[in-house]
Design a protein around this ligand. Structure first.
Ligand code: MN
Length: 289
C-alpha cells in the first residue's frame, strides 16, 4: 500500500501552486501527493508537465481529488449543467494524462457540497449520475485513468452515503475503471462497522481517505486504525491510502470544510510538518507492516 497526503493540510485555498508540495511530501516520508482537480484543470500545459517532472524527480505518485461545483453537477436534471460537468471532467482528465495522474476521486458523480435548499430527487439524480459516470469512464479508459467515487456523509451529499450504496452504485455503472472510494471521516458518521464496510466493499475499493473523526492527522484521535488495517489486509487491498487532514481555519478551505476552531494546537509551520511526518510514520506502521 502507498501512503499519501492531500495538499490542503497546508493551504487555505483549493487552487494553488502544488509544485512545492511534491518535494515536501517526499521529504516528510510520503509516497503520494494528492492535489485538487480544480486547480489542475486550468493549469497551462507547461506547468502541468513541470509537476510531472518534479513528481518523477522526487519519486512521488500524484493523485487528484475534486468535489464538482454545483454548476458542473453531472447528476443534474438540467442537461446543460450536466454537459458542462462532463466537458470539464474531460478537460481535467486531459491534464491528468499530461501530468501522469491515473486516479481521480471525490464527488465526481454529482456535486459538492450539496445544497439542501433544493428538493432532493434521489432516484432521478442517481440514474443521471450513472449515465454521466459511464461516459466519463469510457473517456478515462484509454488514458489508463480510474475514477473513484467518494462515499460521503449525509450532510455533504445524498447519492452515496455508505459503502453498501457505493458498491451498488459502482456495480450498476459496470465499468472496470470505476471504483469505490471510502473515507474514515465519513464512515465514522454513517457505517455500523468499519470492518464490515471495508470487507463488504472488497475488490470494488479503489481509494481510501483517512483522518480522525475531527479530521486531525491519523494517530491523534480515536479512530480504530487496527480494525481498518485488518479489514484492508483481509480484502488484499494494495491501493492508495491518502490522509486528508484539515486543522487550520480560514480561506475557502476552512469555510468549505467548516473548520471554525483551531484544531492544530496552535501549530506553527514547523510543527505542522512534524505532526504530519509523525502521522505518516504511524500510517506506514499500521497499514504497511
Ligand atoms: Mn475525503
Amino acid at each position: 500500500m502507498k501512503i499519501g497526503t492531500y495538499f490542503a493540510y497546508w493551504e487555505k485555498e483549493w487552487d494553488v501552486d502544488f509544485f512545492p508540495y511534491i518535494s515536501k511530501a517526499a521529504e516528510l516520508g510520503f509516497d503520494i501527493l494528492e492535489i485538487s482537480g480544480g486547480g489542475l484543470a486550468d493549469l497551462p500545459d507547461d506547468k502541468v508537465l513541470a509537476l510531472r517532472k518534479e513528481a518523477e524527480r522526487c519519486g512521488i505518485m500524484l493523485t487528484a481529488c475534486i468535489g464538482l461545483p454545483k454548476d458542473l453537477d453531472v447528476s443534474s436534471e438540467n442537461e446543460e449543467t450536466r454537459q458542462n460537468g462532463i466537458a470539464y471532467m474531460k478537460r481535467l482528465m486531459d491534464k491528468m494524462e499530461l501530468a501522469n495522474i491515473r486516479q481521480i476521486g471525490g464527488i465526481i458523480y454529482a456535486y459538492w457540497p450539496v445544497d439542501y435548499s433544493l428538493p432532493v430527487h434521489k432516484e432521478t439524480a442517481r440514474a443521471i449520475s450513472i449515465r454521466s459516470v459511464r461516459e466519463l469512464a469510457d473517456y478515462a479508459k484509454p488514458k489508463g485513468i480510474t475514477l473513484t467515487l467518494e462515499t460521503v456523509n449525509r450532510f455533504e451529499q445524498y447519492l452515496i452515503n455508505d459503502a453498501a450504496e457505493a458498491t451498488r452504485f459502482v456495480k450498476d455503472i459496470d465499468r472496470d475503471n470505476v471504483k469505490v472510494m471510502l473515507d474514515s471521516f465519513h464512515m465514522n458518521i454513517e457505517e455500523d462497522s468499519f470492518y464490515d464496510a471495508i470487507v463488504n466493499t472488497g475488490s470494488y475499493l479503489g481509494h481510501f481517505h483517512i483522518g480522525e473523526a475531527n479530521r486531525k492527522v491519523p494517530g491523534k484521535g480515536r479512530m480504530p486504525w487496527k480494525e481498518i488495517s485488518q479489514a484492508l489486509h483481509e480484502i488484499g487491498y494494495d491501493g492508495t491510502i491518502v490522509m486528508e487532514p484539515f486543522v487550520c481555519m480560514g480561506g475557502g478551505v476552512g469555510s468549505d470544510i467548516k473548520v471554525w476552531r483551531d484544531l492544530s494546537d496552535h501549530a506553527d509551520a514547523r510543527k505542522l510538518d512534524e505532526d504530519i511526518a509523525q502521522s505518516c510514520r504511524f500510517c506506514k506502521e499500521v497499514f504497511c507492516s
